[in-house]
Design a protein around this ligand. Sequence first.
Ligand SMILES: Cc1cc2nc3c(=O)[nH]c(=O)nc-3n(C[C@H](O)[C@H](O)[C@H](O)COP(=O)(O)OP(=O)(O)OC[C@H]3O[C@@H](n4cnc5c(N)ncnc54)[C@H](O)[C@@H]3O)c2cc1C
Length: 400
Amino acid sequence: MQERQVDIAIIGAGVVGLATALSLAPTGLQIALFDAQPKPSAGPQGTALNDWDRRVTALTPESIRFLKSLAAWSLIEESKRGGAYTDMLVWDSEGTGQIHFTATDLNIESLGTIVESSLTTQALISATEAAPNLSIHWGTRLESMDIEAESVRFTTSSGDTVIADMTIGADGGRSKSRELAGMRTREWRYGQNAIVATVRVEPHHSHACWQAFLPTGPLALLPLANDDLCSIVWSLDDALSDHWIQADHAAFVAGLNRALSGRGPQVLEVSDRQMFPLIQCHAVDYSRGRFVLVGDAAHSIHPLAGQGINLGLSDAQTLGNEIVWAHQRGADWCSSQVFSRYERQRKGDNLSMMATMQAFKWGFGSKNPAITLMRNIGLNSVDALPMAKRWFVQQAVGAK
Ligand SMILES: Cc1cc2nc3c(=O)[nH]c(=O)nc-3n(C[C@H](O)[C@H](O)[C@H](O)COP(=O)(O)OP(=O)(O)OC[C@H]3O[C@@H](n4cnc5c(N)ncnc54)[C@H](O)[C@@H]3O)c2cc1C
């Protein structure tokens, strides 16, 4: 059992915790990350259906620029496993409404890149291991925490006590650090789960994301680097998700094709499936004393717009910028002013994304004919109005 002192401790070495550590590296401060899980392995990296991580994220051009600045993009690029997409087709399965976004609407090369979550994590781990002032303690769970006037003191599952000038909670949607800090949240369960899997499709996915809004929840088909492979995220009410997670492969493929109703490519084959509960949760405040939240620990949202990681990376970048700036000026870099500036910049974006997801969930979950008509008119109007369409694409790619 040891007592150790660090400048900054980060609880959670997921994508957001790692990106936050890297964004703080230029300060030269001693930064230690603690993660409950053992160090993740790179995974099979083959091309068979089960060799792809079922969990992928749609990284926006803005997030990619940030990862490049952290020296964490080259590994993803070299792996040739990222699927850049140029088009996004969204339609209402109950009506005629549809929108087709293209990268040319914004004069950009692609709307984003679909990357396996494990690959993004590996790229960030390599960059973190290369930084002399960053260390990661795998298999080390946060157990207890006290926020003191000038520091945060916590204990871990290895029996050590850590005293940090400041501590960042990046331990995901069910954040233990947030709970131990006694921070209040506004939380609502959607009563839905997301089933994720890799599928083989025909014809070629055309580098497009396909998203069907079904009354039971949205279904997204996301293009992977191989032309005939997509990742699916199918959000379903509890009872239905239980049914589809247990269905045999042939029945599941048939169910997917029925849900896509011939508007996307046809699904031929599916990998093993995984299921995640969907919870929307937002911390009322992002900091308490010298403790501050980032990523899903501060806000977890419905994956229908694929924005969770992108919001978390923006948190990491904003908090990093504020602390580095204060540190460079010789100011108190863990003061409440620094954290308030961070919270002011991030809360609006995070809240508006959550409200939009809630509105989509409500609007598309309704079978009321008047609402069906309104959303079809809405989708078709946006599709016909270049200015409105441009605004929507800007939101989707994280451009300001
Ligand atoms: C089905 C699904 C699909 C999604 N698709 C997308 C998408 O397309 N695009 C997108 O942007 N987002 C997507 N998301 C959201 C995205 O996955 C999350 O926003 C993202 O993983 C959050 O990252 P994070 O680092 O904040 O938290 P996490 O990834 O949850 O990482 C938290 C880390 O903290 C560690 N930890 C937990 N408790 C402790 C403890 N007590 N002590 C120490 N360590 C601890 C965990 O081991 C973990 O490594 C999706 C989410 C789901 C469920």
